[in-house]
Structure formats: C-alpha cells, structure tokens
Design a protein around this ligand. Structure first.
Ligand SMILES: NC(=O)c1ccc[n+]([C@@H]2O[C@H](COP(=O)([O-])OP(=O)(O)OC[C@H]3O[C@@H](n4cnc5c(N)ncnc54)[C@H](OP(=O)(O)O)[C@@H]3O)[C@@H](O)[C@H]2O)c1
Length: 302
C-alpha cells in the first residue's frame, strides 16, 4: 500500500510538496523522493528530516512504520547546506600540517631570513615524529576508519583546516627556529619513547574500532580490549584513542620543550574531552549493559 506524506520546510513551516512512498519505506527513501520530486538541489546527504520543528534529525535507516508515520503525516525538511565528504575533509586537514611543517623545517628565508645553520637533533627528530603522526592519520583515513556519516558541512572544512594548518605553522616556526634551544637528552629520550607508545596505542584503538563495524554498515558495538595490550585502556575509558592522542602531544612537548606544542596539546585535550564526554553519555544511553567503571577520556578522573 502507498501512503502520501506532506513535506514542510523547517524555515517558516512552508509546505514544499507531497511525496508517495510504500508503507515499508525508510527515512532514506524519503530523502531520495524529496531529491527526485521536490528539490533537485537538495541531494540526500544535504537533508535532515525531523518529526517536529525542533526535533532531532531522524536516522536514514529508521522505517516510517517504526516512527508511527502514516498516510497524511507531515515531516519537516532542513537544508544542512553544501556537504563535503569526511574523507576529503580529513585528508585536507592532515595533509596541510604535514606540508607546512616540512616546509618550515627547510628554514625558508621568508620566515627566518638568510640562515646557514642546520637543524639540530631534536629539531630533526621532532620533524620525523610530526610527519609520522600526520602520515599515519592520512593512511588511517584512507584504509582504517569506517565512518558512519558520508559527509559533513562544507564550512567545517575551513574551520578544521584553519585550526590544524595554523597550529602546524605556529609550532613548526618555534621548533625550527635557528635560535631554538633544545632541552636535555633525557627529555628527548622520554619524549620519543612516550610519543611512540601513544602513536601505537592510538593506531591499535583505531584498528579495534574498525573491526567492531562490518564493512559497509553503520553498526556500533561496545568496544572491549582484544589481545593487544594497548587496547587494555578500554577497561578504563570510553575513548582511549583520544587519551593516546593527548599523550602523543604531551610527549612531543616534553621532547621539544616548545610552549606552542603544549598549547596545542591542551586545546586538543579540551576539545577531545568534550567529544569524549558526549560519546561516553551516548554509550551509556545506547547500551544498558555498558561497563560501569569506565570514564570518558582520563582513567579514574574524567
Ligand atoms: N589533536 C586533535 O585535536 C584531534 C581531535 C580529534 C581527533 N583527533 C584524531 O583523529 C582520530 C579520529 O577522530 P574521531 O573523532 O573520528 O574518532 P572516533 O569518533 O573515536 O571514531 C573513529 C572511528 O571509529 C568509529 N567508531 C567509534 N566508535 C565506534 C563503535 N562503538 N562501534 C563502531 N565504530 C565506532 C567511528 O565511526 P563514526 O563515523 O560512526 O563515528 C570512526 O570511523 C582520533 O582518534 C585522534 O587520533 C585529533
């Protein structure tokens, strides 16, 4: 049996038109119909469908039946603005810091004037660590992550790139400066060892998360440690990848004794803490049997 649904714009509740669907249709089918029959400029990823004006966006896979939508019901359509794929955003975000840092490592005259001194050991080791970090992120974006959302708003691309590119320039400018003073050897050893552990930990968590989700699905499961010792952190926090990420920048700061790197670690930690608290709340809401003892990002603390 087919049913007819009225589509209203979220801006001013303006009626946009009606669509016909089978009774077993999903929210994704609604989006496809809107794209085909109502607004050609609104491709499905650009739409959010809501039951009420101020309601939450419905999930693509939800069936209309499960949402009690029947013949004659109304749905609200929100235009999310131009979209860009997550993969492209991540690639642009991470390729920038890699190129900017390696360019500054060459000590270009435009930043430092004419200089003949060559970079010291810590400066070179820091450039290697930085490159490994961002190359790893690019490779993970291409070959590891299984994202559930195909796209994000285009404006995020500018926001995220500005954040990563400018911080890369700020940190690189200091660590590669001809007058930069390296810390003691102990700081270098501790920094490199800690940084390496955290990068391996972060990679291990990303691989575990990948294996939680079968290819081509949006399945979410409760992550639990596997045989890899780096994943034991899942016994203590919901987002150990963020914990390791913070650790990497903390040890990079110890290695270089560079204040801008420390600021980057703190700002990143603040942002990741907000996300981790949200993800932790969602896990507890979504899975009634979610392990009780876990924190969001810092074991026993936060
Ligand atoms: N330095 C910084 O300021 C900073 C800030 C943010 C991120 N990062 C780095 O970027 C990495 C990725 O960030 P992110 O925010 O995308 O990490 P995330 O939300 O933990 O997600 C990583 C991947 O795992 C999937 N995933 C997460 N939980 C899952 C579950 N329970 N079941 C199945 N799949 C699940 C996610 O899919 P969905 O698409 O469904 O979420 C995504 O593809 C971080 O680990 C960190 O290394 C750095």
């Amino acid at each position: 049996m087919t049913m007819e649904i009225e589509i209203l714009s979220i801006a001013g509740s303006k009626p946009l038109g009606r669509i016909q669907l089978n009774e077993d249709a999903t929210v994704k089918n609604v989006k496809d119909k809107i794209y085909q029959n109502i607004k050609k400029s609104l491709y499905p990823d650009r739409q959010a469908i809501k039951l009420e004006l101020k309601g939450k966006a419905l999930k693509d896979e939800d069936s209309l039946k499960s949402l009690s939508i029947e013949n004659g019901s109304k749905l609200y359509l929100q235009d999310l603005g131009p979209q860009v794929s997550w993969k492209n955003v991540f690639l642009a975000e991470y390729a920038g810091p890699l190129f900017v840092y390696l360019w500054v490592y060459q000590r270009p005259w435009i930043l430092y004037g004419e200089t003949t001194s060559s970079p010291g050991t810590v400066t070179t080791v820091a450039a290697v660590c930085w490159s490994i970090h961002y190359a790893k992120r690019i490779l993970e974006t291409l070959f590891v992550h299984r994202f559930s959302h195909g796209t994000m708003p285009l404006r995020n691309l500018f926001k995220n790139c500005t954040y990563y590119w400018l911080f890369a320039l700020y940190i690189a400018y200091h660590v590669n400066h001809p007058l930069y003073t390296a810390p003691c050897n102990m700081c270098l050893y501790v920094g490199v060892a800690g940084f390496t552990v955290c990068e391996l930990g972060n990679l291990s968590i990303h691989i575990l998360l990948k294996n939680l989700r079968p290819p081509g699905t949006k399945v979410r499961r409760i992550p639990v440690p596997n045989g890899n010792p780096f994943t034991t952190l899942f016994n203590y926090v919901s987002c150990p990848n963020y914990t390791y990420e913070f650790g990497s920048w903390l040890f990079f700061t110890i290695m270089t004794k560079c204040a801008p790197a420390g600021i980057f670690a703190i700002v990143g930690m603040y942002q990741m803490s907000l996300w981790a608290l949200g993800k932790h709340r969602n896990y507890k809401k979504e899975f009634p049997d979610y392990p009780k003892g876990r924190k969001a990002i810092l074991p026993f603390i936060l």
